[in-house]
Design a protein around this ligand. Sequence first.
Ligand code: SAM
Length: 463
Amino acid sequence: PLTTPSTLSILHLKRDLLLPTIVLPASGPNDGYAEGPVTNTRFGSFPHSTLLDIPWGSQVRASFVDTGSRGRKRKRSPDPSYENNIPQQHNASPNTCPPNINHSTPHHHPDAKPQKKRSSEPPSGYIHILPPTPETWTLGLPHRTQVVYTPDYSYILHRLRARPGTRLIEAGAGSGSFTHAAARAVYGPSSSPRSSSSLTAGPTPADDEGKKPTWGHIHSYEFHSPRHSTLSAELASHGLDPLITLSLRDVCTSGFLGTESASCIFLDLPAPWLALPHLSRRMPGVLDPTRAVRICTFSPCIEQVHRTIASLRRMEWVEIEMCGIAAKKVEVRRERVGVAFGGRRGEKGVSAHPASVREAVGRGREVEERGRRWHERQVMGAERDAEEKEAPVVMKEEEEEHLEMKKPGEEGNTVPGYYEGRLVTRSEAEIKEHTSYLVFAVLPMAWTEEDERRAAERVAGMA
Ligand code: SAM
């Protein structure tokens, strides 16, 4: 599939720096550029005409844009709303992303830099254009609050057993990071294992014949009015509004609407214990009466955890557990050794086969390091170099050698990866501190005298 105009795209600038952008047709607002709409980044300028009708995942090189007349017209200062984290209402342009992640004006994004005036050097920067997913949205979204990140929401949704057809309550919605991931998890009818990989819900497929599947839905609550309206606009622009009901409501004082019939609950609130009394089976319409309900609360302090657990116990929740996620990045790659991977045949000191494993490893590292430096200079550009140096990822080599080096065809060489180099894994030396404590619990299905009588009858009938 190709990129299309007026849809959300994720511009991947570098690892952990993603820029959500609505790619506009040439007729879109262009802020005075002859090229039409342009996105400016620290890696160069990207006219939207170069981002359209290309396969997702494409690498796009920076272009010259003519800033001559524009530069004289006016000079903008950075958007203050971004720096103060104050959410802003969208303007009336077809671009529905908040102005601070907008498309056409430099300085809007904190990473944007005006493109230099035309010089004889071709621009060397590049980006990749990616389809939006909850993961890429989480990395690029405009933060209005703390957000739940991918390692946490993946685990939470799994433990809550969110699946196509699930009806889930979320409070508070905040910046919508969890909301997007939850929408993907529940998208679809309960009879289907399908789940959309994209952010967009898309058309509702017809119900399967003979079955009456439940359609998944998110009932999300937020009591902060500007956050509520900004997220509503984002959800609509991502095509998710049929799947998510976002209500402006204080769930601790006013409770829930009573139309949810939910079997999963996620509370990311400062005082989740105040919302729990509204999540009892005595509240009509809130919980699904036909199944056990699973809850997760997300709290940064252990005192909050104590109060939540005490309240859960009083409200007859069971299987109460607390845990934290310590996500760790592990780099797995092949380290190239020997002439097959870099040493040029005939180069001084490079023989067809290294004399020892130690020599091979040393040579491989040297060649790789040389290649890495060349790659950085040539492709990434000096600016990117500086950026990477600012935040080096400290990696600890965990596993030195776990492939025995044997020549191809040599007895005992059962390892097909010989020519690809040995497999090396490295992980971060320090695990990042925890984000929050996760408390999980289950509210069992209500079991009445009538249920007991029916169950007894069924058992008797089977005998
Ligand atoms: N989970 C969100 C995400 O991934 O983007 C972030 C949630 S943020 C930490 C907490 C949100 O809860 C804030 O936006 C706050 O306004 C909202 N909130 C706090 N108390 C609330 C209440 N009683 N009812 C509804 N929303 C509330």
